[in-house]
Design a protein around this ligand. Structure first.
Ligand SMILES: Cc1cc2c(cc1C)N(C[C@H](O)[C@H](O)[C@H](O)COP(=O)(O)O)c1[nH]c(=O)[nH]c(=O)c1N2
Length: 231
């Protein structure tokens, strides 16, 4: 009779990290920033980029479908074209604000596409694991949520490596799909700008520049059920 595999063999010891390792994890979480302008021009070594991609690829995903792909863009002409696509979309976005807010919006730098030496476009392929995916049946967006987990893993690993990351979402997806040859069914989740940084804002840049404050956590935590809304 064939032996039944013993799944217990795959378990390893777990428990809290030693204090200094724990502190490093929280430090990465709390000091991670979105970077637009602090990028240094030095290219990122291939081994480092590989470590960041491995971190992204270690993310959780619905049904373990791993729907992500990573398109590495170092070519200046492609980054220049992406920047043009950003400018077009950013003008449209600026039109949606008025008065002082519009002025502040126009003063914000919201991308580092040309300054950062590397961009990574992270995509989500809904067909990666066939039509029926464990855990996605009742919410088809779970594959995109999974891909966002990969983005965050990469972002935190980059912080620990001294690499800044800036997420740019001010694009018409069609422009980026055409630029990178991404098929219709595949969704663009993130355009990330990456490069070494030697300085980071200690608080979100949008807070520093008066766009929006961090909300008090206490207002966002509720016991048991959604709070009664004020009329
Ligand atoms: C999905 C998504 C999309 C974007 C962003 C983030 C995320 C999660 N952010 C960065 C965002 O402004 C930033 O995370 C917040 O302001 C908080 O700042 P820190 O990330 O803590 O520095 C961002 N920033 C920017 O300058 N241009 C952009 O297009 C975007 N797009």
């Amino acid at each position: 009779m064939p032996m039944k595999p013993n799944h217990e063999d795959a378990l390893t010891a777990a428990g809290p990290f030693p204090r200094h390792e724990l502190e490093a994890v929280y430090r990465a979480i709390h000091s991670r920033r979105d970077v637009r302008d602090q990028f240094l021009p030095d290219p990122l070594p291939d081994e480092l980029v590989q470590r960041l991609l491995e971190a992204a690829h270690a993310a959780p995903s619905v049904g373990f479908m791993q729907p992500w792909s990573f398109i590495l863009i170092r070519d200046e002409a492609t980054r220049e074209a992406a920047h043009k696509a950003f400018l077009r979309a950013n003008d449209e976005a600026a039109e949606l604000f008025s008065g002082a807010q519009a002025e502040t919006y126009r003063s914000l730098k919201l991308e580092g596409i040309r300054k950062a030496p590397l961009s990574i476009c992270i995509t989500c392929d809904p067909d990666r694991a066939g039509p029926v995916v464990l855990g996605r049946t009742h919410n088809p967006r779970m594959d995109v949520y999974s891909t966002v987990c990969a983005v965050q893993n990469l972002w935190l690993a980059a912080r620990a490596e001294g690499v800044g990351v800036g997420w740019v979402s001010i694009f018409h997806d069609a422009d980026i799909k055409a630029l990178l040859g991404i098929p219709e069914r595949v969704e663009i989740v993130a355009w990330l700008c990456l490069g070494y940084v030697d300085q980071l804002y200690s608080e979100p840049e949008l807070a520093v520049k008066g766009w929006r404050e961090r909300l008090p956590l206490g207002e966002l935590v509720h016991e048991g059920r959604w709070p009664q809304e004020k009329r």
